[in-house]
Design a protein around this ligand. Sequence first.
Ligand SMILES: Nc1ncnc2c1ncn2[C@@H]1O[C@H](COP(=O)(O)OP(=O)(O)O)[C@@H](O)[C@H]1O
Ligand SMILES: O=C(OP(=O)(O)O)[C@H](O)COP(=O)(O)O
Length: 393
Amino acid sequence: MPKKTIRDVDVQGKRVFCRVDFNVPMNGQEITDDTRIRAAIPTIQYLVQQGAKVILASHLGRPKGKVVEELRLTPVSTHLSQLLNQEVKQATEVVGDKVTDQVNGLKPGEILLLENVRFEPGEEKNSPELAKQIAALADMFVNDAFGAAHRAHASTEGIGHYIPGVAGFLMEKELAFLGDALAKPERPFTAIIGGAKVKDKIGVIESLLEKVDNLIIGGGLANTFIKAQGYDVGASLLEEDKVELAASFIEKAKQRGVNFCIPTDVVVADKFANDAETKVVSVKDIPAGWQALDIGPETVKADQQVIANSKTVVWNGPMGVFEMETFMKGTEAIAQAMVKVQGTTIIGGGDSVAAVEKAGVAEKMSHISTGGGASLEFMEGKQLPGVTILQDK
Ligand SMILES: Nc1ncnc2c1ncn2[C@@H]1O[C@H](COP(=O)(O)OP(=O)(O)O)[C@@H](O)[C@H]1O
Ligand SMILES: O=C(OP(=O)(O)O)[C@H](O)COP(=O)(O)O
C-alpha cells in the first residue's frame, strides 16, 4: 500500500517533527561523508518553503541511552546550516521544558535540530512515554530516515501512534527505486555483504540465499564464516555465538546451488592501525594475535569475476577497514568492479557509501541508498516499521 507523502498534507504553520538519518561517518568531530545530510535537503527545503515549523531529529552512533559528549549533533547542525544557507537552531536535549520552549518560539520556515535521540533511554526501547513526549512537540510526523526505517524506535515508529505520519521525499525515492529494482532483479543477481554489524546482518543472509545467485561475504562479517569452516581467526572481529549459524548457511547455500563466496585469503595486521605490520595469508593460516582487516588479492580476483558476470549487484558493508589507507584495497577493487557491471548496481549503508565516495565511483552506480540494514531488510521482503506506521494513501 503506497504511503502518503508530504505532498499530500498541508504543513503551513504546523509544527512538523521530521525524523532524518544524520548518522554520518565521523572522524572525531569531523564529518567524513555528508551524503545522508545532503539526501535529506529536498524534504527540509520543501517544509521550510511551505511554512512549516521544522523540528529535525536524528540519532548519531550508538550511545545506548546516555549522553555521550562526542556524539552530540553540533557538527551536523553547523554543516546543515551551511548546506541550507539558513540558521539551524539547536536543542541540547531531545525532550523537556527547554525543548518545548524552543519549539514554541519557532516561526514558520524556521528549523530546530533536537539533540541525538539515542541519548534518551526510551528511544531504542520504543518507550510509549518517550514517543508521547516527542509527539507532543508536533502536529505531524514526517519520516525521511530511510536508513533507520528498519528500527522500531520511539522517533521512527512510536511517535506515529500519537500524531499522523507521512513519508518525506528521500523515503519515497528509496522505496520506489529499491522496490522497482528488486521486484524482479535481472540475473545473475549478486549480493555483497561486509562491514562490522555482524549481529544485525547475519540473519539477512538466510533470506538472501533464497533470492540471489551469488553471495559474496567480506569485511568483519567474513571472519565468522571463516571460523565456521573450521579455521582460527586470531584476534579478528568475530561473533562467536553466530559461528554455528554461519555453518548452517554455508550448508544451505550448497543445497540451493547458490555460489557462496567466502574469502580465501585476507590481509592480517598485528594491530588495528594504519601503520601496522601486515601480511597476506590464506584464511587457513591467520596467525594467533593478528587480525584480518581486509580481503586478500586472490579473493578480490575471484569476487571481481563474479561481479563482472552479474546483471544486478547489491552491496552493503565495506570489504575491509577502508577508513585506513592500508586496508582500503579490497573495498576499492570491489568498487571498481561494480563500475564495470552491465546492469543495475546498488550500494547502501552509511560507511559503504562513504567508501565508494572515497573510491571516486559513487556517481557511476545506478543507485546510492542511504540505508544499509534498511535496504537489506527491504530486499528480504520484511515490513519496515518506520514505513508501516505511516498513513496509507
Ligand atoms: N575486517 C574488518 N574488521 C573490523 N571492522 C571492519 C572490517 N571490515 C570492515 N570493517 C568496518 O565495518 C564498518 C562498516 O560496517 P557497517 O556499519 O556494517 O556498514 P554500513 O555503514 O555500510 O552499513 C567500517 O567502519 C569498517 O571499518
Ligand atoms: O547507519 C545506519 O545503518 P547502516 O549501517 O545499516 O547503514 C542507520 O543509521 C541505522 O543505525 P543503527 O544500525 O545503529 O540502528
